[in-house]
Write a protein that binds this ligand. Structure first.
Ligand code: ATP
Ligand code: MG
Length: 136
């Protein structure tokens, strides 16, 4: 069954959004296969977002992701990669529809509370990176 990597970013944790965010995915019917709370090293953040290393905001993005603990989540279910991205909403909260996580919980693209893998291939890479110990 398909799996995706979801991460509640430091602002989501600091703003007490862990429970409301998890609730949306679990109520939809996806199954938890991994869940942990961790602080992120600079090298892990840089590897995770390696595709964006040439972007002007890359340094700020790495600082953001390493600014406090995150919640790393592995979810499983039918079409969970694409459906998870729909539940999350557009990258820039200014464009995220109300009813999506970013549409409901944030304002700034640089503080957009959550990550979700953008393809099945990215999900496999990211789950291996964040859960090297494997999943249940
Ligand atoms: P994520 O990978 O975090 O789920 P995404 O796939 O919607 O987000 P990406 O293009 O992969 O969007 O960008 C990764 C992250 O980089 C965004 O979620 C956001 O936090 C940050 N980011 C993207 N564009 C900008 C920007 N123009 N200015 C500042 N930060 C940005
Ligand atoms: Mg992305």
């Amino acid at each position: 069954m398909e799996r995706t990597y979801i991460m509640i970013k430091p602002d989501g944790v600091q703003r007490n959004l862990i429970a409301p965010i998890l609730e949306r995915f679990l109520a939809k019917g996806y199954i938890l296969r991994g869940l942990k709370f961790l602080t992120v090293s600079k090298s892990l953040a840089e590897t995770h977002y390696a595709d964006l290393s040439s972007k002007p905001f890359f340094g700020a993005l790495v600082e953001y992701i390493t600014s406090g603990p995150v919640v790393a989540i592995a979810l499983e279910g039918k079409d969970v990669v694409a459906q998870g991205r729909k539940i999350i909403g557009a990258t820039n909260p200014a464009a995220s529809a109300p009813g999506t996580i970013r549409g409901d919980f944030c304002i700034e693209v640089g503080r957009n509370v959550i990550h979700g893998s953008d393809s099945v291939e990215s999900a496999e890479r990211e789950l291996g990176l964040w859960f090297p110990e494997g999943l249940v």
